[in-house]
Write a protein that binds this ligand. Structure first.
Ligand code: SF4
Length: 213
């Protein structure tokens, strides 16, 4: 049985579906410890739930878009894969947000993957599983959370080396409260990078510390 931190209904704050109502299923546990982590409460807290119990909670909301998130949901891999399959079979549009350190190879192709590559200032760069890049679909999203110029230059290098502009949707996001968004936007425009800049909408709609939004 998976350990689940929270299930809630809110607005998708990031990526190409930003602004849309979405149900979030947050799995407990994470194998990483990013310097800027804003969900440390998901490292250990939660309760064990069966797939059916999770699905019953999801059904309470009148919404067909579900995001599986964490923590790192793939720490509980078998449970996570099984839940995503059940949700897809029920006609839900399913997305998973993963930190990029655990294999995504066996994720159901119906699921949209939103994967991080951890930049140097996260402190987790060495945990990136680059083999995962081979499993991203054109509709999947690869996210770089950028805290300084070194992170930006690193991201640019990784994109060029791996020809990622042709592979999937690329997202550049600032570390909240660490770097001015305009700095990153100016760099993107100067370099004519084919990436999508984004802000975490939920941190502007609600207080940035608010949980469950
Ligand atoms: S992967 Fe996400 S949940 Fe895990 S430490 Fe990093 S920011 Fe926090």
């Amino acid at each position: 049985m998976p350990k689940i931190n929270e299930i809630y209904y809110s607005i998708q704050g990031e990526g190409t579906r930003a602004g849309e109502p979405c149900i979030f299923v947050r799995f407990t546990y994470c194998n990483l410890r990013c310097t800027y982590c804003d969900t440390e409460y998901a490292f250990y807290e939660g309760q064990e739930m069966t797939n059916n119990e999770i699905i019953e909670e999801v059904k309470k909301f009148n919404c067909k878009l579900v995001e599986i998130t964490g923590g790192e949901p793939l720490v509980q891999k078998d449970e996570c894969l099984s839940l995503m399959k059940s949700l897809c079979d029920l006609g839900y549009e399913v997305m998973i947000e993963t930190g990029g350190s655990i294999s995504i190879a066996d994720i159901d192709p119906r699921v949209k993957i939103i994967m991080d590559l951890k930049c140097p200032s996260s402190g987790m760069e060495k945990k990136n599983l680059y083999e995962n890049l081979n499993h991203l679909k054109p509709t999947d999203e690869l996210k770089f959370v950028i805290g300084n110029r070194e992170d930006y230059d690193w991201s640019k290098k990784i994109i060029k080396e791996n020809n990622l502009e042709q592979k999937c949707i690329l997202l550049f996001s600032p570390v909240f409260d660490k770097i001015q968004p305009v700095e990153i936007v100016n760099w993107i425009l100067q370099d004519n990078l084919k990436v999508r800049f984004q802000l975490q909408l939920h941190k502007y709609i609600w207080d940035p510390q608010t949980k469950g939004v």
